[in-house]
Unconditional design. Sequence first.
Length: 162
Amino acid sequence: MTSIILYSSNKKIRYISHVIQEKIGADIVEIKDLNKKTGFFSNLKNNYNAIRSKNTPIQPETIDLNVYDLILIGSPSTFGGISPAISTFIDKNSFKNRNIIIFTTTNSHTGYDVLNTMKERIEQKGGNIINTFIMRVNNKDNEQLKINTLKLIKQLDLDLYA
């Protein structure tokens, strides 16, 4: 059984996750940032918190990950930082002996710092990172994102988990 755990601030990572879900039949858990507000100043605060890797109240806080053979965890790249919601999720959960693929979406050439941070923190909590990927979403409509995601599923052999 496979789970996709994500936080989506711009709906792109949500869309990509649903394409993967449709192809391999995974469960989806979307982490909600209970402090997330809209507006210019709220976005500045959210971006600052991402850069500083600050935690935030989330829902759900924990998930029984032991029921999954494979877990995909997705966080948007926010100025090269991991989203506060996924940062909090990692801190509050055990990944002991879980096989995990981490991924990020970005509008630029960043993303590696997000993956490196997620990898380091999940491995410290006992997780086994088996793969990573970055999905560049700038100037791409949903049809292009779907095409790119389906190619990625094939490249990573994710359909073996269906």
